[in-house]
Design a protein around this ligand. Structure first.
Ligand code: FO1
Length: 304
């Protein structure tokens, strides 16, 4: 069994590559720090991106939401004065509604995710990192705000002073998260935002400890090429926590629980420097532009 630690868009590409070329025997442990309650609905963007990818419903161009969706609900609620900055499609809404009803009926997020994945005919296992409330807050000169407010509503424009994982210290890993990490042949950390996708998971008591115990089998793919994030605001977040925006900085951040790092060809001059940290480095083209790239990277990850 392969274990994969995933955020949203970038992670979903690698997950799709792994499923298409390597194995269906994958358990994907997904970030919950992005989750947000809007219009009374529990929305789990990273879990949903993974579910839509595995059920072939993802709007791949966008990297989130359902393909060919419409936005009638959103237009209508905005007429009545509700917020419409978070683009919830009509088809996407169905998932949030079903999940919210299950949670309101007393189901845990893992149980709700599991039943929804089955109803989508997904063969792989999708586990929320935690069933408890973990929320990523971004500290800016305008004050603290939810990650989605920073990224979607304010388009990632405010300066970032710091990042907080509210609830992480009181949270437990969801059932099967720790044993999945401990029992997997390989644990893959996707090229996801290290601060807002991987960070909320490694700050949950028990997850980092399990990764440290599994370190020899843990491999990460750098989310940074040269000094640029592959996507999203990773650079602002990393600077705010004092981490260098480079594959070397990511390796330093991950080195207690990662024994192998995959970096891009453009960064091969850094190999010796990174290996001094005590992490083995492999080099390939890590940019996933096409499904072919996703599959090539997936095969490479399995081979290191
Ligand atoms: N990202 C955006 O940039 N704009 C949106 O309006 C937006 C809506 C949205 C709705 C449902 C969903 O599951 C994801 C959505 N995302 C949107 C993606 C999301 O904000 C982030 O990219 C992830 O949370 C980061 O992994």
């Amino acid at each position: 069994m392969l274990a994969v630690l995933a955020g949203g868009t970038g992670s979903a590409k690698l997950v799709r590559g792994l499923v298409k070329t390597v194995t269906d025997n994958i358990t994907i442990i997904v970030n919950v720090g992005d989750n947000i309650k809007l219009h009374g609905l529990h929305i789990c963007p990273d879990i949903d991106t993974i579910l839509y990818t595995l059920s072939d419903q993802l709007n791949s161009g966008q990297g989130w939401g359902i393909k060919n969706d419409t936005y009638n609900f959103l237009h209508q609620v905005s007429k009545y004065g509700s917020d419409d900055w978070f683009k919830l499609g009509d088809k996407d809404l169905a998932l949030h509604l079903v999940r919210t009803n299950l949670l309101n009926a007393g189901w845990t997020l893992s149980e709700a995710t599991n039943v929804i994945a089955k109803r989508m005919d997904i063969a792989q296992t999708v586990l929320p990192a935690s069933n408890d409330h973990v929320e990523t807050l971004i500290d800016t000169p305008q004050g603290e705000m939810h990650l989605q407010e920073f990224w979607v509503k304010l388009k990632g424009k405010p300066d970032v002073i710091g990042v907080k994982y509210v609830g992480s210290k009181k949270s437990q890993p969801a059932p099967n998260v720790v044993n999945t990490i401990l029992e997997a042949e390989k644990v893959i950390i996707c090229p996801a935002n290290p601060v807002s996708s991987i960070g909320p998971m490694t700050h949950i008591l028990g997850i980092k400890e399990a990764l440290i115990r599994a370190r020899d089998r843990v491999v990460a793919i750098s989310p940074i090429i040269c000094d640029n994030p592959v996507s999203g605001p990773a650079d602002k977040f990393l600077r705010s926590i004092g981490v260098d925006v480079s594959p070397k900085g990511i390796t330093e951040l991950y080195s207690s629980f990662v024994s192998k790092m995959i970096i891009d060809e453009n960064d091969k001059a850094m190999i010796t420097d990174i290996e001094k940290i005590g992490v083995k480095v492999s080099v390939t083209d890590i940019m996933m532009r096409t499904e072919d790239d996703e599959q090539k990277l997936a095969k490479f990850v399995i081979g290191v």
